[in-house]
Design a protein around this ligand. Structure first.
Ligand SMILES: [Zn+2]
Length: 233
C-alpha cells in the first residue's frame, strides 16, 4: 500500500515537473525577441556613428584641399612664364573640383544621418514596446517557475518520507520500472491485476497477501502487485 502512495506522489511530481519544464523555453523565446530587437537597433546606432566618422573624414579632406588651393593661389605672384601659369591653373582647377566633390559627400552623409536618426527614433519606440510586452510575461513566468520549484521541493520531501518506509527490495524494483510511470504498482482487484485486469493464480494472490515485503509482479503487464484489504479479497 505504501508503494501505491509512492506512485501517487510520483504522479504528482511528474505533473509539476512537466509544467515547470515548459517555462524556460517560453522565457528563452521571449528573451530572444527582446535581444533581436535591441541588436537591430544597435546596428543602426553603429551605422550612424560610421556616417559621422565619414563626415568628419570628408571635412578634413576639404580643409586640406582648401589649404592646398591657397598655396597654389599664392604662387601666382611668382609665375614668370605662360607655361607655369597654365600648369598652375590646372592644379587650381583640380583642387576646386576635389573640394566640390568632398562637399557633395558631406551633404550626402548629412542627409543619410538625418534619415537614419529618424529611423532610430521610431525603432527605439518599437524596442520599448517589445520589451514592455515580453518583460512582464517573463517576470510572471519566472515567479511561477520559482513557486513551482518550491512545490516540487515539497513533493520531493514527501516522496523521501514515503520511500523510506518501503522495504528496500520493493523500492528497488519500483525504481527500476520508473519508465512506465503511473502503472508500475497495481492493487489486486477481485482476484485480478488492477492495471491489466488479467486474472491472477490463487497462489500468487496468497503470496501478495501474506508476504507483502517480497516483490510480486504481474506476469502479463509487469506491474508490482500489492494487497488492499478493501478491494483485493
Ligand atoms: Zn497486470
Amino acid at each position: 500500500m505504501k508503494l501505491l502512495a509512492l506512485q501517487e506522489v510520483d504522479k504528482e511530481l511528474q505533473a509539476l515537473e512537466e509544467a515547470r519544464d515548459k517555462f524556460p523555453a517560453e522565457i528563452d523565446e521571449r528573451q530572444s525577441q527582446i535581444d533581436q530587437a535591441r541588436a537591430t537597433l544597435q546596428e543602426q546606432v553603429d551605422l550612424l556613428e560610421n556616417l559621422a566618422r565619414e563626415q568628419r573624414h570628408y571635412e578634413r579632406e576639404i580643409d586640406d584641399a582648401k589649404a592646398d588651393l591657397k598655396k597654389h593661389e599664392e604662387r601666382f605672384s611668382a609665375v614668370t612664364t605662360n607655361k607655369e601659369y597654365d600648369a598652375l591653373q590646372i592644379e587650381i582647377a583640380a583642387c576646386k573640383s576635389r573640394i566640390s566633390e568632398y562637399e557633395t559627400e558631406v551633404l550626402e552623409t548629412i542627409e543619410s544621418s538625418e534619415r537614419l536618426r529618424q529611423e532610430i527614433e521610431s525603432r527605439k519606440q518599437e524596442v520599448g514596446q517589445i520589451e514592455e510586452q515580453h518583460q512582464s510575461r517573463i517576470e510572471e513566468l519566472q515567479q511561477r517557475l520559482a513557486s513551482l520549484q518550491k512545490e516540487v521541493a515539497g513533493v520531493e520531501s514527501r516522496r523521501q518520507v514515503v520511500s523510506q518506509s518501503i522495504e528496500s527490495r520493493l523500492l528497488q524494483r519500483y525504481q527500476r520500472s520508473r519508465k512506465n510511470r503511473g502503472s508500475r504498482v497495481a492493487r489486486i482487484l477481485k482476484g485480478a491485476c488492477g492495471t491489466c485486469f488479467r486474472q491472477l493464480p490463487a497462489q500468487l494472490r496468497n503470496n501478495v497477501k501474506y508476504t507483502p515485503t517480497e516483490v510480486h509482479v504481474c506476469e502479463n503487464c509487469g506491474a508490482i502487485l500489492v494487497w488492499d484489504d478493501q478491494t483485493s479479497s
